[in-house]
Design a binder for this molecule. Sequence first.
Ligand code: UTP
Length: 290
Amino acid sequence: MKITKAVIPAAGLGTRVLPATKAMPKEMLPIVDKPAIQLIVEEAVRSGITDILIITNRGKGLIEDHFDRTPELEHNLSSKNKTEMYNTVVDISKLANIYFIRQKETKGLGHAIRCAKSFVGNEPFAVLYGDDVIIGENPACGQLIKAYDEYGLGVLGIKEVPENDIHKYSSLKVQNLHDNIFKCTDMIEKPQTKEEVLSLYSILGRCILTPEIFDILDHTAPGAGGEIQLTDAMRELTKLRGMIGVDYEGTRYDMGNKLGIMKAQCEQALKHPEIGNDFKKYLIDLAKTL
Ligand code: UTP
């Protein structure tokens, strides 16, 4: 079955980026001039996704506004013949069919995904984490969809993380099938001891899930941090059917922590057509003073 639906969980509290995220969703933090969530929606669309459900909560109205029309701004831009910017602004509202639902309590990523049940129905679907931006020629979500088409199983976007950091992430038991494609047979969220670490491969930012995940989430108990963890439900799906891991191409930026935000800003500013050259000169001069 062709994958056309995606879910973007964006209902987290963003406590690691406070106070910036007190009133503004972290998913709206810009990378130069585009909010993170727009880059994520664009990646989904480039991967063949037509319908996107964004999971929000109180105080995330800015996300809805960003994908809506803005008559006053559009009128202002068109009356001043700023055609290029007018098109840029209008095109955002035409990217895909975008729907919103609220996660009424912040009970974890697994709980957020459970909110997508009626939107998804009985189809496989993509999940793009709202604070993970992945930049690359070949959209990461599309790379996972290709693996789903090949194996007909749920697919995890995976990358190796530094040994010292694995306790903050999930850890996967994997076996290489070919190239960057792995079979995953077990996983654990936030391993606390060395013995619990299955490998340094972790699920980072993207996955393809089959609808069985909703029945599993119905009985998934709170796990690490007292949250209903998607990893715990995916572990059960893995035991039931197995899952595929794709060590995807592309640069991932974690917009949920301060250093990740600054790396994204800096690297993408260097590539920006309008300010790239000036920013590079500025950075070289600045580096000399460090
Ligand atoms: P994180 O664990 O990074 O989000 O979840 P968080 O809770 O906002 O982070 P901190 O620790 O407080 O800084 C990964 C993704 O899952 C979403 C987040 O919005 C993020 O995109 N999420 C998390 C939900 O939608 N609902 C939740 O209950 C938790």
